[in-house]
Design a protein around this ligand. Structure first.
Ligand code: HEC
Length: 473
């Protein structure tokens, strides 16, 4: 009886074209790997899922993808992969790593249909990848001279490495790619140039590879503001020492927009100011760096507005154990018209949400960056597709929240501890930097001046003055 019912149901289904699973069945839709799934995977996943890249396994052919088909359907549906933490807000991002709902559905249907390969003669071609370099082959590749030994455990280590660039003329750099040798131990690396020779001297004087100290090793003490991000990448031409941006876990090299570049004077050394976090296993790190030169000098200078300044150093950050929504906030009113081209957020494991908005003089609120599920492992620099114009009088506002409970799966401590500002991975920080050019080039100094005043006032009204040398307990 039961069987007869099933048979007649199937007949009905066949006649009316619906299936037991409802709607168009996966089988009927003819979704196959070669024609439908391969292009999605090759264009959105393989850049990282191939040998030598950040992901732990390859997704380069039918067998690779079939082996993990179910998991792939799950992580694409939850949008855990491809990794992209910024919500779709009021601005569009460049190179956004986000699948469309239709692509997610195609993968789901393919898995439900038993993952057919399809006609391999129709296999979608794999894009050309340059080994190790997401932006293609760099114009200049340099490497740390000697590997730096990172012990299995103990406190975080800050170390600077001076690498001669041997440039015989001044250059303009539009992107810097950083390839850590051992991803597990490198938390971040900030890049600087030094044309005084001082960094190379310090490196040589220290018997171990590199030399001690943070943020470029205390060079150019007066430039603390620029070193720590306030004016990232914004040194006027002619400065002997300057910032060249940086890399943090999960970050990918990005080219500056047309007409913008970092200045690197001839004879400079590149300084990597690297933060190591021991991984439980002794490792030796040798980082490789690729520089991409601009063919012409930039037409504009740019600057960064980091809120709160210095990664929240003066904000009195003090997160009680068990707090699930601790917040710090800061705002800054633009003194001139600007055009913004990107934003990046930074916090450690307790970070929960990060939001940067601009309230225009007419009251309109623009969300420039909104990360609702902060993940320490994915610290991208988000570039806007087009410049976002923010008129004079726009109020930038940053709010960073933290979750110091056991419900935060990334909380490194169970039971949770009170956590204050500090540079160790298990301490906290928090800020968002907005990268801008002045709409009228001549007004950039006014913006820099106003930001310096903002920094000074944050220092004068500080709620805390952390000891920069604090270490993990
Ligand atoms: C920007 C680099 C990058 C891209 C692009 C990327 N992945 Fe990943 N993927 C990673 C890394 C790194 C990991 C391991 C760490 C993690 O899980 O975050 C990972 C992990 C995974 C895992 C294992 C997850 C788990 O919970 O075990 C799956 C499955 C996966 N990726 C599938 C995909 C698919 C499918 C795409 C494309 C739609 C994709 N990834 C795009 C870097 C990437």
């Amino acid at each position: 009886m039961k069987n007869r019912f099933l048979i007649s149901f199937c007949l009905l289904a066949a006649v009316f074209g619906f299936s037991l699973s409802g709607g168009i069945s996966a089988q009927d839709s003819g979704v196959n790997f070669a024609e439908h799934v391969a292009p999605i995977i090759f264009n959105n996943c393989t850049s990282c899922h191939r040998p030598g890249e950040a992901a732990p396994f390859s997704l380069m052919n039918y067998a690779d993808v079939k082996r993990r088909g179910k998991l792939i359907a799950t992580v694409t549906e939850s949008r855990q992969m491809p990794p992209w933490k910024a919500d779709q807000g009021d601005v569009e991002f460049k190179n956004e790593r986000r699948l469309t709902a239709a692509q997610i559905d195609t993968i789901k249907q393919w898995v439900a249909a038993g993952m057919p390969e399809g006609n391999s003669a129709r296999m979608s071609p794999m894009p050309k990848f340059q080994d190790g370099w997401q932006l293609g082959k760099p114009d200049l590749i340099v490497k740390m001279g000697e590997g730096f030994k990172v012990p299995a455990d103990g406190p975080d280590i800050y170390r600077n490495f001076a690498i001669p660039l041997n440039l015989s003329e001044d250059r303009w750099v539009k992107a810097i790619a950083f390839l850590p040798g051992v991803r597990a131990v490198v938390h971040h690396s900030l890049f600087f140039y030094d044309s005084t020779g001082d960094a190379l001297k310090q490196d040589k004087a220290d018997p171990q590879p590199g030399y001690a100290g943070q943020m470029g090793g205390g060079l150019g003490g007066g430039t603390l503001q620029s070193l720590l991000g306030g004016n990232r990448g914004a040194q006027p031409r002619g400065a002997a020492f300057g910032s060249l941006g940086g890399w943090a876990v999960g970050g990918q090299a990005r080219e500056l927009p047309d007409g913008l570049a970092y200045f690197v004077p001839k004879g400079s050394a590149l300084i990597l100011s690297t933060h190591f976090h021991p991984s439980g296993k002794p490792e030796t790190e040798t980082s490789t760096i690729g520089l991409y030169f601009a063919d012409k000098p930039p037409t504009k200078a740019f600057t960064g507005i980091q809120l709160p300044p210095l990664f929240g150093m003066f904000e009195g950050l003090d997160i009680p154990a068990g707090a699930d929504d601790y917040a710090i906030e800061d705002s800054f009113v633009l003194p001139v018209d600007v055009k913004a081209f990107g934003a990046g957020a930074h916090a450690h494991y307790l970070g929960k949400t990060m939001k940067l908005t601009g309230t225009l003089p007419n009251g309109q609120v623009k969300t420039l960056l909104n990360i609702n599920d902060w993940d320490f492992a994915w610290q991208d620099q988000y570039q806007f597709k087009d410049y976002v114009t923010l008129p004079k009088g726009t109020r930038l506002h940053v709010r960073v929240t933290y979750d110091n409970t056991v419900a935060n799966p990334r909380n490194p401590r169970n039971p949770p501890h009170r956590v204050v500002w500090g540079e160790g991975s298990f301490d906290e920080m928090g800020s968002i930097s907005l990268l801008v050019v002045a709409a009228n080039e001549g007004e950039l100094p006014i913006l820099r001046q106003a930001y310096s005043e903002h920094l000074r006032s944050a220092f004068q009204n500080r709620k805390s003055l952390p000891n920069l040398l604090r270490r993990d307990d």
